[in-house]
Design a protein around this ligand. Structure first.
Ligand SMILES: Nc1ncnc2c1ncn2[C@@H]1O[C@H](COP(=O)(O)O)[C@@H](OP(=O)(O)O)[C@H]1O
Ligand SMILES: [Mg+2]
Ligand SMILES: [Mg+2]
Ligand SMILES: [Mg+2]
Length: 344
């Protein structure tokens, strides 16, 4: 949050589309982003190892230390080490000793497990929605626990997500947006999904929307058109289902969080051909939604399979909604895909 604030105050955002303006700005942006995601991975990994010292530890995480071990990476490593220590200072129980650069490298590279169908594996996306982070929009820190290939626990921190609904039905765009932001969702298998503010309000139980009529539903999708087909989702939602509201396009698993509390009723992810989704992009989000009463499936109607290592199957379409809307949504997705493949 600190780095994003500095980034946004650095005045390198172009006014109109919130993207960096010059080549030098891109340098600043990608460096700051690298610091943030590696620091986040180091902190979460360090804390997990410390808390779970009595059991075997396996972590599947998105990032690795990469060039940090080389001569050219020393300045970056130094800054990341400082960022990690400055952050851990806030949490008194972890300030026993200052972490060295070696400790930080070790923590980052503890995330090298491949996961799989046996035993327990933690799954971490230290910054999900990197593009959103850069733009000053939505991003998430997503942590899940797999047990025998099944997600049994999920935590989703969404530092920029308003505590109030972001659904199109509840939004009055003319009102100034001085809403409070920063939500944390957590779900444990069989125990429901809870949300509290990042600064620590008491948790409230959340539920997915109970909308039955698709015309009243609003739907989420990726902000980035490279991550999902906006055309296909609009064909499905508007044409097949009669959804009236425009799509809510936001980055990261904040979509799962928002859906779990009923801000919108549908989330569609239609990746381009050949793409294999990573488990850390969906593990935490999926249990947050299912424990809130929702359903997360592929196009065959099966739950996502997190037991095959780092990836889901190639060409996995992800469909998220409540139980009542799922049958008509599945039908609409299948029909639209059919029509796309074999146009009349
Ligand atoms: N071509 C592609 N298709 C689908 N997802 C992609 C993609 N390229 C990258 N992604 C993933 O989409 C994630 C962001 O999802 P969303 O679009 O919902 O914000 C990225 O997570 P990271 O930002 O953690 O790398 C990345 O893993
Ligand atoms: Mg991600
Ligand atoms: Mg990431
Ligand atoms: Mg990434």
């Amino acid at each position: 949050m600190k780095v994003q604030k500095v980034l946004l105050q650095s005045d390198v955002h172009s006014k109109s589309d919130k993207t960096p303006v010059t080549v030098a700005d891109y340098g600043l942006f990608s460096n700051s982003t690298l610091h943030t995601l590696l620091s986040s991975q180091a902190i979460v990994s360090f804390v997990l190892v410390k808390e779970l010292s009595t059991e075997p530890f396996s972590l599947v995480a998105e990032e690795d230390s990469g060039d940090l071990r080389m001569e050219s990476g020393q300045e970056t490593l130094h800054r990341i080490t400082k960022l990690v220590n400055d952050t851990l200072v806030i949490e008194e129980s972890y300030t026993v000793a200052t972490l060295s650069s070696e400790d930080v490298l070790y923590a980052i590279d503890s995330g090298k497990s491949e996961g799989g169908s046996s035993g327990r594996h933690w799954v971490l996306d230290p910054i999900d929605g990197t593009k959103g982070f850069l733009r000053g929009d939505q991003y998430a820190i997503a942590l899940a626990l797999l047990d025998e290939g099944r997600v049994v626990l999920g935590v989703l921190a969404c530092p920029n997500l308003p505590l109030a609904s972001i659904g199109t039905n509840n939004k009055h765009s003319s009102e100034p947006s001085n809403e409070k932001v920063g939500c944390l969702f957590f779900a444990k298998v069989g125990e429901g999904t809870f949300m509290h503010s990042l600064d620590g309000s008491s948790p409230i139980k959340v539920h997915v929307s109970d909308i039955e009529n698709p015309e009243e539903a609003s739907f989420f999708e990726s902000f980035e058109a490279a991550h999902t087909s906006h055309d296909l989702s609009s064909a499905i939602a508007k044409v097949k289902l009669g959804v009236k509201a425009p799509p809510i396009r936001i980055d990261s698993q904040a979509k799962y969080g928002a859906l779990s509390r009923g801000d919108g009723a549908i989330y569609l992810r239609l990746p381009r051909k050949g793409y294999r989704e990573k488990i850390w992009d969906h593990a935490a989000g999926s249990i947050v939604v299912t424990e809130a009463g929702g359903v997360v499936t592929d196009v065959a109607g099966n739950p996502l399979d997190f037991s095959k290592g780092e990836h889901l199957d190639r060409d996995t379409i992800i469909i998220v909604t409540n139980r009542k809307l799922m049958p008509s949504l599945l039908k609409a997705v299948r029909e639209s895909i059919q029509e796309k493949v074999s146009p009349m």
